[in-house]
Design a protein around this ligand. Structure first.
Ligand code: SAM
Length: 380
């Protein structure tokens, strides 16, 4: 059987030209394709955990279909996902800490397009000592089939017990409990934020943290803007942590976007209005956030990972593609945005230092507060 030649890619073409060649209705991935990205993320995270990049006692229990989950072999992938997981857990714990310090009764963490991610379970199983038991509340949001698979998994007795969950109930396509809910909302539909508030039983007078770990970038820019504006106008105190691809216009970035389209049928419509760090900050400012800090994943990885963890990880697999590692991480960013004085984030300077990472935060004496369930080395 003859093998058809691989399509030739001209890496030098501008990404806008490439996008414009695709008919408008094709510039979006199908829901099926997007739901598959959750399995890709789970596979990469699971592979990193198995190799000892970080600790996660829940990830193996989330395996949708073990036979189709081939282990990842890419060192870049393992390290990249490790930085991403560390960042999300760090910012989430900082937010809950701030809510505890400010005396709020609830700290609500809404994970948009949550996939099979295990962040709520890790935080509930390993809470910071300063959190009152009733403070954190996690709401995972995704499409119905992902939610029903995830609900069945997190509802298992062993998981409920290990993550200290009480009052749980597994519905047909949802999971609810005192501390954690998994709900289904199509976030592309008009009025999506109002539906999240209703289905997630969110109290808009209490602080809300919105997490978008590689989710917004898959939906249309006007929907992202509307969603963020609806959240800032309905909540007194709200923060967002957004992780996604940037810089699609340079050589590496256009190849990245092109490859996703050609080989995986994945489109990134959201990248068009926030293609740079500045663009990310502007988008959040326009949506009503007041304190905003965007940085690429190279700075995040270097700033956030404690030195002992970074040194240990370096020894796990030999990385000689340093140039590609730097390029890859410069094409992903994390943006942290906040609105509401009640969290006492202080000046913009302190907010930026905290976002930039605990190594820099050590300068102002915050380092001791850094806790994570992910460390493999005791005494961090
Ligand atoms: C790349 S995955 C990320 C999963 C998870 N955040 C992580 O990083 O492990 C994107 C997720 O967005 C979800 N998603 C895509 N379109 C959605 C929509 N319209 N409404 C809700 N969730 C959606 C997919 O089902 C998938 O779980």
């Amino acid at each position: 059987m003859s093998v058809p030649p691989r399509p030739q890619i001209n890496f030098c073409r501008d990404i806008d030209d490439i996008q414009n060649e695709i008919p408008a209705k094709r510039r979006e991935s199908s829901q099926e394709v997007l739901q598959r990205t959750a399995v890709d993320a789970l596979t990469a995270k699971r592979s990193a955990v198995r190799l000892g990049y970080y600790h996660d006692e829940f990830i193996d229990k989330m395996a949708v279909n073990r036979t189709t989950m081939a282990p990842s072999t890419s060192i870049l992938m393992h390290r990249g996902y490790t930085g991403r997981v560390f960042a999300f857990e760090h910012y989430t714990r900082c937010f809950i800490d701030d809510c505890a310090k400010a005396g709020f009764s609830t700290a609500q963490v809404v994970n948009l397009g949550c996939g099979m991610d295990t962040l709520p379970l890790r935080c509930l199983a390993h809470p910071n000592p300063s959190w009152p038991a009733t403070l954190p509340r996690f709401i995972d949001v995704d499409l119905p089939s992902t939610v029903s698979a995830k609900s069945a998994m997190v509802g298992r007795e062993s998981i409920v017990k290990a993550s200290n969950i009480t009052g749980h109930n597994i519905g047909h396509d949802s999971f609810t409990s005192d501390q954690y809910a998994v709900i289904s909302v199509n976030l592309k539909m008009p009025g999506a934020w109002a539906k999240v508030i209703e289905a997630g039983n969110i109290d808009t007078t209490q602080p809300v943290l919105l997490l978008s770990e590689c989710f917004f970038v898959y939906i249309q820019p006007d929907m992202i803007e509307q969603f963020l504006s609806d959240a800032t106008s309905s909540c007194d105190t709200v923060q967002a942590v957004i992780y996604e691809q940037i810089e699609p216009h340079d050589l590496y970035g256009s190849a990245m976007v092109n490859n996703l389209q050609r080989y995986k049928d994945i489109y990134l419509p959201g990248i068009t209005t926030a293609p740079t760090l500045e663009g990310q900050e502007n988008r959040c400012r326009k949506a009503g956030f007041r304190q905003i800090h965007a940085q690429d994943m190279l700075s995040t990885y270097d700033g956030l990972l404690p030195a002992s963890e970074a040194a240990r990880i370096k020894k796990l697999e030999f990385l000689d593609e340093y140039e590609e590692w730097n390029l890859l991480l410069r094409h992903y960013c994390v943006t942290v945005a906040g609105k509401g004085d009640a969290l006492g984030l202080g000046s913009g300077v302190e907010f930026n230092v905290r976002c930039a990472g605990e190594k820099k935060a050590a300068v102002i004496g915050r380092r001791k507060e850094f806790k994570s369930s992910l460390f493999m080395v005791d005494g961090e």
